[in-house]
Design a protein around this ligand. Structure first.
Ligand code: SF4
Length: 221
């Protein structure tokens, strides 16, 4: 019988063969990763790209520039990401911490150990576990497994999770059963996102899924 680690790695390889490497996170700099992670909630990635491109064109893609800019200017740039007032507030909160406490030095901020960095990220208004963990994995290159609503839906259908499992329990499951490896964590989360976004949607398109052999939902339906 296969161990859970072998099963999880088999799922990851099947997804990788199907979708190819996802090359996450799509960004030119670590700061851009963080801005993307803050802006991406409840909106398609293409809208985030529009906002980041507007910030870049207006020389606003730096902690100091965002922190010092008028609220209305930042809001105008990030308007395509919906909830732009709330997201402006989060960006400014984050940049405020970087500027005031770290002199705008993102590397110094990210070089903290995992526990301190997570604690500090979660203390910033509007940054929840998923955003904090995405920042730690994709900008800080820390071995932190990111989970989300797609992870819950897919791994419930595969037969591993209860439908209402919480964030920490999902994360603990992957950390317990997978090797601690930044590259693996990076690719695995990105592949889960691809499957949840394109195939294992609310109404799943199982005929296009590479995981039918491992899926309880497919077996029972
Ligand atoms: S087989 Fe269907 S339900 Fe199972 S993971 Fe794939 S798309 Fe989702």
């Amino acid at each position: 019988m296969r161990s859970i680690q072998e099963e999880l790695l088999k799922i990851c390889h099947a997804l990788l063969n199907h979708f190819g490497p996802r090359n996450w996170w799509p960004a030119e700099t670590k700061f851009e990763v963080i801005v993307g992670a803050i802006l991406t909630q409840f909106v398609a990635w293409r809208n985030v790209e529009q906002a980041i491109s507007a910030l870049k064109q207006n020389n606003l893609l730096s902690p100091k520039a965002i922190y010092e800019a008028e609220d209305s200017i930042i809001e105008e740039m990030i308007r395509p990401t919906r909830f732009y007032k709330q997201k402006r507030e989060r960006l400014k909160e984050f940049c405020g911490v970087l500027v005031k406490k770290y002199d705008g030095d993102l590397n110094r901020f990210l070089n903290q150990d995992v526990k301190s960095l997570r604690k500090e990220l979660l203390s910033i208004k509007g940054i929840g576990p998923e955003t904090a963990d995405s920042i730690m994995l994709y900008a800080g290159e820390k071995p932190v497994f990111v989970v989300d609503a797609y992870t819950r839906r897919i791994f419930h259908r595969l037969g591993y999770f209860k439908p209402n499992i919480d964030y920490n329990s999902m994360q603990e499951f992957f950390v317990k059963h997978l090797p601690r490896d930044v590259e693996l964590y990076n690719e695995y989360h990105a592949l889960i996102d691809a499957l949840g976004n394109k195939v294992c949607k609310k109404v799943p398109v199982c005929k296009e899924c590479p995981l039918t052999n491992s899926c309880k939902f497919y077996e029972n339906n």
